[in-house]
Design a protein around this ligand. Structure first.
Ligand code: SF4
Length: 405
């Protein structure tokens, strides 16, 4: 009798990481920055706001604080600029005089800022555990293996990678090496159109490998570029050859990586239908990281910047339900008190990694700078950074690249 334990071809590949039962052990090698290497002020310190103000004033123009829209109000209060990841990437590059950039956002954003800023500038992430579950769904080894599958299928020379900003610097570097571009939810349509043009066009058999958010890729290809859902296939990195046959890869126009946002992927069509039943005349606006079916039912789709602008331009008294991160929805309520704004889905929480940046961590990094210590710097490997910069600069060179909303 054979004692072989080899898995059948169709069986999912086992994870290389040990499976840890919650609360029963931890693998520090696989957890980034869980321990804070310093003395954080207690969150209950009533002087935290005053301490943050004093430290920022002492640093003056030497520090530039960027705040993503999904950050807590207590952090946004100290941001010099707020925006989505596209705007913040532009802004990071626009302040070469500031030696320190404190990035209140998540890890991949700070990496992009490090890539786009000068070697004399240091990017700081207040909590190194502020990662992104979507970015973690595409590891560079998996993406390199997937590219080998495209080579084996004989289509790699007709594929351009388009990678969402929400990805590691290594994946951005892969994109640069293969002639692709980065995109954000603000410019995904422009980026996809550019990529298809580079391949000679959809009709000529051109294809895009879209990483790592399948929903943004599908929504943009189908809703904005007029492709059919049948033109899209989903490459599952946990299955042999992505779970796809060479014929499926050859027939596809969009090869979507099987990744998603743990927040936006949870909004449901049932929640949209319930909002329409319960709120007469409601307008439903959602982020394009939501599932295709949810976007199909919505009245408006937009990046965080576009959601803010759309609500700002609406007549007073308009009822909205909004499908994006809860910190931003709460802030929209205070920004536009004349509008009636509700959150789309009662079962969806804050983005837990965005929320890791809080006032104690911000005070800690600012006061450390005042004391002459740089804590939590984000430094991208120079070779990775070189190719990631190629892909990011391709994005900034797209039509409208310097004036997107
Ligand atoms: S909201 Fe989603 S995509 Fe954005 S940082 Fe959180 S998990 Fe990542």
């Amino acid at each position: 009798m054979s004692t072989s334990t080899a898995l059948p071809e169709s069986h999912p590949r086992p994870s290389l990481l040990p499976l840890l039962v919650l609360g029963q052990g931890r693998d520090l090698a696989s957890e980034r920055g869980v321990e804070c290497p310093g003395d954080l002020p207690p969150a209950s310190d009533p002087d935290l706001v005053a301490r943050a103000r004093a430290a920022k004033a002492a640093l003056g123009d030497r520090v530039f604080v960027l705040g993503h829209h999904y950050q807590r109000d207590e952090v946004i209060e100290f941001a010099d600029v707020t925006g989505d990841s596209f705007k913040l990437a532009q802004q990071a590059a626009a302040r070469p005089d500031a030696p320190w950039i404190v990035f209140c956002g998540v890890h991949f954003m700070a990496e992009s800022a490090d890539v786009l800023t000068s070697p004399d500038q240091t990017v700081i992430l207040p909590d190194l555990a502020a990662g992104c579950s979507m970015a973690d769904m595409a590891a560079i080894s998996q993406v390199e293996d997937a590219w080998d599958d495209l080579v084996d299928a004989g289509i790699a020379d007709r594929v351009i990678p388009v990678t969402y900003m929400n990805s590691s610097a290594a994946i951005k570097g892969f994109t640069g090496r293969h002639g692709g571009t980065i995109c954000t939810s603000s410019n995904a349509k422009t980026a996809l159109q550019w990529a298809f043009d580079e391949t000679g066009g959809v009709e000529a058999g051109g294809k895009v490998l879209f990483l790592p958010d399948q929903h943004l890729g599908r929504n943009t290809a189908v809703r904005d570029l007029g492709l059919s859902p049948d033109d899209c296939v989903v490459f599952d990195p946990h299955k042999p050859h992505g779970g796809l046959t060479p014929e499926q890869l050859r027939d596809a126009r969009m090869i979507l990586w099987r990744g998603h946002c743990s927040v936006h992927g949870r909004f449901t069509t049932e929640a949209v239908e319930a909002a329409r039943r319960e709120i007469p005349g409601v307008r439903v606006i959602v982020h394009p990281e939501c599932q295709y079916e949810v976007c199909e039912l919505a009245d408006e789709i937009g990046s965080t910047e576009a959601i803010i602008k759309t609500i700002a331009a609406a007549p007073d008294g308009t009822s909205w339900v909004v499908g994006t991160e809860l910190n931003l929805v709460g802030r929209l309520r205070s920004m536009f008190p004349a509008q009636k704004i509700a959150f789309l889905e009662k079962n969806v929480c804050y983005c837990s990694t965005m929320n890791r940046i809080d006032l104690p961590h911000l005070v800690w990094v600012l006061e450390s700078l005042v004391d002459g210590r740089v804590v939590n710097p984000i430094v991208v490997d120079p070779d990775v950074a070189r190719w990631a910069r190629v892909a990011l600069e391709q994005m900034l060179a797209l039509p409208g690249g310097t004036s997107k909303d």
